[in-house]
Design a protein around this ligand. Structure first.
Ligand code: NAI
Ligand code: MG
Length: 348
């Protein structure tokens, strides 16, 4: 059966990398139908909104959303983020933000002497609440007495569902899960998180669970990356740690992500980890691999497992051969040329 994909290329390099992703998806899976929406910062300039008022209702009818990047210097970042990306993640209960961190053979990690066997992690980020709950406010605005309050929200339900998801993924991999918190300094939310994790741990006796504080985790990712397999963490902590992860795997341009509603009640959304990269937008230099790989995660979620594996293998092959790499990977190829090389590597 065909699947309908809503495409939101967005801002900056978003449209450039999404175009490459679409080429690969079309080459590998004829069962996808695409509809493109021009939402984002340019749309905001014209209409005062990042997407139309009924945007979520429109997206609700699709099987998945494929997104480039949102954000541009002319629109404050908190407006662009809260006007499009975060409402989609929250409203569609995309409670898992899945971010694989994998060093492809042929690409270089900034960690001296580390290879693909050392860097192969899967981050499961809580994607609906925590520090990005949106609860808070400002009073006495603009005066010397101004106060801002930003309240993290942690619910047992949301903690439990994301940790359970992470345990399931750990079962499919190396049976090891690291739960990241800061439950020494934070006395309430992360203590609840630890309790829920411990409770679930007894249901997954075949998975070894470790608790690690976020500061120690940052150091461990650099010093002992090979000791890390599946990681589950809050919205803020995993946001930060996965940028470090992206660096370990050779750069932000490579990093892929899936915003999942695992139950398929709502469409899930697939996007590269990077933003709109205003500094290189329009120069045809952006690395499309993060976007293409996110497309593979979409294929996987929609049940096209073979096609997903083919795309990942084509990315790996293109990186290994190293003939058409963008400047961030040390090459001189354009976005388009790297996209073409991946499509070529897809062909038998
Ligand atoms: P960014 O990810 O856009 O750029 C950070 C650095 O990485 C820049 O030097 C950029 O050139 C480089 N880079 C990013 N993507 C690349 C690619 N595909 N190939 C090669 N190099 C790449 O993050 P920044 O500069 O903090 O944010 C720019 C805008 O993007 C902001 O408006 C921000 O809010 C937004 N943003 C949106 C995200 C999203 O849509 N999910 C995620 C992160 C940022
Ligand atoms: Mg981030």
């Amino acid at each position: 059966m065909s699947k309908r994909i809503a495409v939101i290329p967005g801002d900056g390099v978003g449209p450039e990398v999404v175009a490459q992703g679409l080429k690969a998806l079309k080459a590998v899976c004829p069962k996808l139908e695409f509809e493109t929406f021009p939402w984002g910062s340019a749309y905001y300039q014209q209409t005062g909104q990042m997407m139309p008022a009924d945007g979520l209702d429109v997206l609700r009818g699709f099987d998945a959303i494929y997104l480039g990047a949102i954000g541009w210097p002319t629109v404050p970042d908190h407006i662009s983020l809260w006007g499009l990306l975060l409402p989609i993640r929250k409203r569609f209960e995309q409670y898992v933000n899945l971010r694989p961190v994998r060093l492809f053979p042929g690409s270089t990690s900034p960690l001296l002497g580390r290879g693909p066997a050392d860097i192969d992690m899967l981050f499961v980020r809580e994607n609906t609440e925590g520090e990005y709950s949106g609860a808070g406010g400002r009073v006495h605005i603009g005066t010397p007495n101004e106060v801002a309050v930003e309240v993290p929200v942690f619910s047992r339900m949301a903690i439990e569902r994301v940790i359970r998801y992470a345990f399931e993924r750990a079962r499919e991999r190396r049976h090891h899960l690291i739960s990241v918190t800061k439950s020494n300094a934070s006395r309430f939310a992360y203590v609840l998180w630890d309790e829920v994790a411990a409770g679930l741990s007894s249901q997954y006796a075949d998975v070894r669970m470790e608790r690690v504080h976020v500061d120690a985790m940052a150091a461990r990712m650099v010093l002992r990356p090979q000791s890390i397999d599946v990681v589950v963490a809050s919205n803020l902590f995993a946001d930060i740690l996965t940028d470090l992860g992206a660096a370990l795997q050779g750069g932000l341009g490579l990093a892929a992500s899936a915003n999942l509603n695992p139950e398929h009640r709502y469409p899930s959304m697939f996007e590269p980890v990077h933003g709109s990269a205003p500094d290189i937008a329009g120069t045809n230099r952006a690395n499309p691999i993060g976007a293409v790989w996110s497309g593979a995660l979409m294929l996987q979620h929609l049940g096209f497992t073979d096609a997903a594996q083919r795309v990942e293998a084509a990315i790996a092959r293109t990186v290994r051969e190293g003939k058409a790499l963008t400047p961030d990977l040390g090459g001189s190829a354009t976005t388009l040329e790297l996209g073409d090389a991946i499509v070529e590597a897809l062909l038998p």
